[in-house]
Ligand binder design. Structure first.
Ligand SMILES: O=C([O-])C(=O)C[C@H](O)[C@@H](O)C(=O)[O-]
Length: 304
């Protein structure tokens, strides 16, 4: 099975917007592969630089390893080589290693390495975690800096030195000094990805820090708007960026911030709002109320 060489993955991702599709569930919360594939086929009309299957927006944290494998295989087959497909490696080191190997066998082009759950860890432990996963695969690996895997510049430099196939750094923390330090220290060695919830909000600032791309969850349900916003950011078109922030993104954030976990739930609600339902979210997430869904539908209709 041919994969994108690890050295080519980072530059490829840096060239356009990144898609993080939701994972479709039936009413009984089982994976609805047909609906998922249909969604990817619909999104394939729009140009992106990479697709991250079963990411955070894809509720990868609520899937079993066997389900992740099914979702990744469905994505690989549906995308059919048009753009790189990245698969998650998550949880503790042993599970993440297993998932990285399974992703390579499934034909994915890269790995998004999530923070290990629950336990706190020091910087040396995080380096060992990353080295174990990178060492288990020939695929390019993007490190997801967030929660209990937040790293400083020296740590990231040590990871990059030790792991030639560590190709990307996706930031979900939002510390400007740390990002500045990392980009100054590592330069072009890594591709930098804005990866905070509703990454559009931070995109102009992240571009100034060196991130040419970001993960877009809203691309799931307003793909044209998401791409227009991305192009405006890349072109430094501040007028368009600020208008889109005022007209859609800021009221959207107000709705998203009403409840913990809504950063993901609101994406499935958005799909319901555009008549492309993706089913419920799995616990521990909860769905939006009917009134909130109506508000979101109103917002989406304003930019349609
Ligand atoms: O795994 C994920 O879904 C993410 O990394 C985060 C989202 O795509 C985030 O950037 C967003 O909500 O736009």
């Amino acid at each position: 099975m041919s994969h994108l060489p690890a050295a080519d993955l980072g530059p490829a991702l840096g060239r356009g917007l990144l898609s993080f599709p939701v994972t479709h569930f039936r009413a009984d919360l089982s994976f609805d592969e047909a609906a998922y594939r249909d969604h990817l086929a619909w999104l394939s009309r729009y140009e992106v630089a990479g697709l991250f299957a079963a990411g955070g927006t894809g509720e990868g944290f609520s899937l079993t390893t066997a389900e992740i494998d099914r979702v990744v295989r469905a994505a690989v087959s549906e995308v059919d080589g048009r753009v790189p497909v990245l698969a998650p490696a998550s949880a503790g080191t042993a599970t993440a290693v297993e998932q990285a190997r399974a992703a390579e066998a499934a034909g994915a082009d890269g790995i998004l390495l999530f923070p290990p759950y629950l336990t706190e860890a020091g910087q040396d432990g995080l380096i060992e975690h990353v080295a174990a996963v990178c060492g288990a695969t020939s695929l390019g690996v993007v490190f997801y800096n967030r929660a209990n895997a937040a790293c400083g510049d020296v740590t990231v430099a040590r990871m990059a030195e030790r792991c030639p196939n560590l190709v990307g750094f996706k930031d979900g923390v939002g510390n400007i000094e740390t990002m500045t330090r990392i980009v100054a220290r590592l330069g072009d060695r890594l591709t930098y990805i804005g990866g905070l919830p509703t990454a559009e909000t931070f995109a102009p600032a992240y571009q100034a820090l060196g991130a040419t791309t970001y993960s877009s969850a809203i691309f799931n349900f307003v793909p044209e708007f998401a791409l227009e916003f991305y192009r405006a950011v890349r072109a430094n078109d501040r007028g368009t960026v600020q208008r889109h922030l005022r007209e859609f993104l800021l009221p959207y954030l107000d709705l998203r911030d009403r409840h913990k976990g809504y950063a993901v739930s609101i994406i499935k609600a958005g799909l319901a709002a555009v008549n492309r339902p993706a089913g419920p979210v799995r616990p521990p997430l909860t769905g939006l109320t009917d009134a909130e869904l109506a508000e979101l539908t109103g917002l989406v209709n304003k930019i349609a």
